[in-house]
Design a protein around this ligand. Structure first.
Ligand code: 4AD
Ligand code: MG
Length: 467
């Protein structure tokens, strides 16, 4: 076969130098046609769109042609021609075809219309479907948007450790990291495990958040963000929870809760705008396939400013709804940790736009949040989104050494884990704020996918770590 430099399909479909000889490589999506002419839809992953390869059967070897089945990998040399059919502008009149990889009839993606559940069982192959190709291209683009947003605003990307000895959120949902022999654990006379001999000489876990170390950096570099994997051993089998997910955590010195809300709103809108500007083909595909309201929802979020409302006011609205006959699965009262049905009621039914809920009861929030004058609430902020519920959680931080120490002791958090964190409050403490955006929750919103397992390539959930 003649050597011609390969063109990606995404670039080829933009070309109009008809008559040029080109090469494309990709996987067969469909093959159809008559006894004389066949049409192959070839996809190379660079775009949702396929390039059509027109094959005059008389010009090719019969044995080779037999190998061109759905899923087979081809290299095609041919002439770029103007497409006669509707849709694409350019197609390829094949001159030479090489089958790089045959694909036998056990290939599970022969037909269209597989269920999402089935595709999760073949997560090693699902990136080859139109849907997952679109989702993973959008995922990449969102990561780029996030780095661009912060870089343009002078934030530094700061790498926090994945292995840690402290539980940032204090929720006790950590995966342990150990090299100890679990069949022969050494215990002291009280039956407690002796961690002295473990790899780190103490109990260690996978991090639930990079925030505490992020604060160390923010009180030195001014404005930082983290973007990395986090791990939570919460046994919640919901469409919105993963055991391994990615989080973006900006932390900014001198920002108060209002600056924090401004940053969160600007940040999410930037990401959504980026998806519409840079992933329109993929977003449009998902809109037309699964969720006819997707594009409208994305545009809606850009137009409106987010509601900003204290938790106490939110509870009043929910209680009124209950009084007027609205049925929730879980009870509503001041002090309750809101369920996603409550969050979605506020966003979807009551305000019909995103809501930032602030000033939660301190009992349901983490130890590091700034305590309000009332002694009951903390300067927390959760950003609630349509279809998702909580997409961001954050707060202004308690910068007062004595108050922070008192809260740590009240909650019985061991000082041996916290001395370094408290040092920031001892040495030149300052007001500061930050938040965490769940990357996959953002992707749920931007792709319109219904289950968080379908926006990460290889989901980790309770009883599931295949691939
Ligand atoms: O509200 P969370 O627990 O906040 C923190 O971890 C803070 N340390 C963040 C900060 O202030 N720097 O988690 C933040 C976000 C949630 O709003 C949600 O979007 C996402 O992380 N999240 C999850 N996403 C997927 N699966 C899970 N199990 C998640 N838990 C939280
Ligand atoms: Mg939260």
């Amino acid at each position: 076969m003649e050597t011609i430099r390969r063109t990606k399909v995404v670039d080829l479909l933009k070309r109009d130098d008809f008559g040029a000889m080109v090469n494309v490589k990709g996987w067969v999506r469909t093959r159809r046609g008559s006894k004389q002419v066949n049409f192959i839809a070839l996809n190379d992953g660079s775009t949702i769109n396929n390039v059509q390869v027109v094959v005059d059967l008389a010009n090719f070897d019969e044995e080779m042609l037999k190998q061109i089945t759905t899923g087979a990998c081809l290299s095609v040399n041919g002439e770029l021609v103007k497409s006669v059919g509707a849709g694409q502008a350019a197609e390829i009149q094949a001159r030479e075809i090489e089958v790089l990889g045959v694909c036998d009839n056990t290939y599970p993606l022969q037909k269209k219309g597989h269920s999402m559940e089935f595709l999760r069982e073949i997560a090693h192959l699902r990136p080859r479907t139109n849907t997952f190709g679109a989702v993973f291209r959008i995922r990449h683009n969102m990561a780029i948007a996030i780095h661009k947003f912060f870089h343009e605003r002078g934030f530094f990307y700061f790498h926090t450790p994945l292995i840690t000895a402290s539980d940032c959120e204090g929720a006790g949902q950590m995966f342990q990291v150990t090299t100890m022999n679990l069949y022969d654990l050494k215990k002291d006379e009280n039956g407690s495990i002796i961690y002295d001999n473990d790899f780190f000489g103490k109990q260690a876990s996978l991090t639930v958040s990079g925030q505490l170390e992020g604060e160390l950096a923010a009180t030195a570099l001014g404005a930082i963000y983290t973007f990395g994997p986090t791990f939570r051993a919460e046994n919640s089998n919901t469409p919105r929870h993963l055991a391994e997910f990615w989080m973006i955590e900006p932390e900014v010195a001198f920002n108060d809760i209002n600056d924090n809300m401004d940053l969160a709103e600007e940040f999410i809108k930037y990401c959504v705008q980026w998806a519409l500007d840079n992933c329109y083909d993929d977003v449009k595909f998902l809109n037309d396939m699964f969720d006819k309201g997707l594009i409208e929802r994305l545009q809606g979020v850009l137009k409106e400013s987010f509601v900003r409302l204290p938790y106490t006011e939110g509870i009043k609205i929910l209680e009124e709804a209950v009084a007027n006959g609205h049925k929730f699965e879980f009870p509503v009262y001041w002090g309750v940790d809101l369920a996603s049905e409550h969050e979605r009621y506020l966003v979807e039914e009551h305000f019909k736009r995103p809501v930032i809920l602030t000033d939660y009861p301190k009992e349901i929030k983490a130890f590091y949040m700034k305590q309000n004058e009332d002694g009951k609430t903390v300067r927390a902020m959760d950003v609630l989104f349509p279809k998702i519920g909580e997409i961001i959680g954050g707060s202004e931080r308690e910068e007062n050494y004595d108050k922070l120490l008192a809260r740590i002791q009240e909650l019985g958090i061991p000082m041996k884990d916290m001395w370094w964190y408290l040092d920031t409050r001892k040495y030149g403490s300052c007001p500061h704020s930050g938040f965490g955006l769940g990357f996959e929750r953002l992707l749920l919103f931007v792709t319109g996918m219904a289950n968080i397992r379908d926006v990460i390539p290889f989901p980790r959930t309770p009883r599931n770590a295949e691939f």
